[in-house]
Design a protein around this ligand. Structure first.
Ligand SMILES: Cc1cc2nc3c(=O)[nH]c(=O)nc-3n(C[C@H](O)[C@H](O)[C@H](O)COP(=O)(O)O)c2cc1C
Length: 184
């Protein structure tokens, strides 16, 4: 089982990373984490070359990620909630998924053959609602042909950091087991 996790947090030991660590404890197989704040990936600039040719012309680390997405059995989007959205760098990276849409729309080509399971992990301090962030993450999972299985969310990290939230971490570990079972 190959799992690709997109991490939208800038914090190396933050709440999102605590949830990702818990997930990794129960996820079998290969796990690759893409760190949106540290990856060398440019945003989509809507140059529209993908309207006339299949694929993205920007030659950077995203080319490998397209291959990783195609091969993955499971995709997880993990992010802090910023102003009720996913974080900017995560959305910037994800903007490069537009090429998956244009391949289908203009070339009738499906770049992602393998269907996958998907999940979402969200961390919010307790202010703006995570609902919109979840909605966006669900759309991104669909774009990568991942069927959303479950979202685990904490909305109280201002008072209870994810790393100290036993109930949350148990729910995340359980999610890992469900994703593994769905793959079998
Ligand atoms: C710029 C910014 C915007 C934020 N907006 C929200 C928000 O809308 N809702 C919320 O619940 N928390 C919000 N937070 C709090 C973070 O989501 C929260 O601290 C989260 O646990 C951080 O996760 P991390 O440690 O994985 O980076 C915001 C934090 C920052 C820095």
């Amino acid at each position: 089982m190959k799992t690709l996790i997109f991490n939208g947090s800038p914090r190396k030991n933050g709440d999102t990373v605590a949830m990702i660590r818990a997930l990794r404890e129960s996820l079998p197989g290969e796990v690759k984490v893409i760190d949106a704040y540290r990856a060398n990936i440019r945003p989509c600039v809507d140059c529209r070359r993908c309207w006339t040719q299949v694929g993205c012309v920007i030659d950077d680390e995203m080319q490998q990620i397209y291959r990783d997405i195609a091969e993955a059995d499971c995709i997880v989007i993990a992010s802090p909630v910023y102003f009720s959205c996913l974080t900017g760098p995560l959305l910037s990276l994800m903007s490069r998924l537009q090429v998956l849409y244009t391949a289908r729309r203009f070339h009738r080509v499906r770049l992602i053959e393998k269907a996958k399971v998907g999940a979402i992990l969200l961390a919010g301090g307790g202010d703006g609602s995570p609902a919109r962030a979840e909605d966006t993450a669900q759309g991104l999972l669909r774009c990568m042909r991942a069927t959303h299985m479950e979202t685990v969310v904490t909305h109280k990290t201002d008072t209870l950091p994810a790393a100290e939230d036993a109930e949350l971490l148990a729910a995340v570990r359980e999610l890992g087991e469900k994703l593994a079972a769905a793959h079998e």
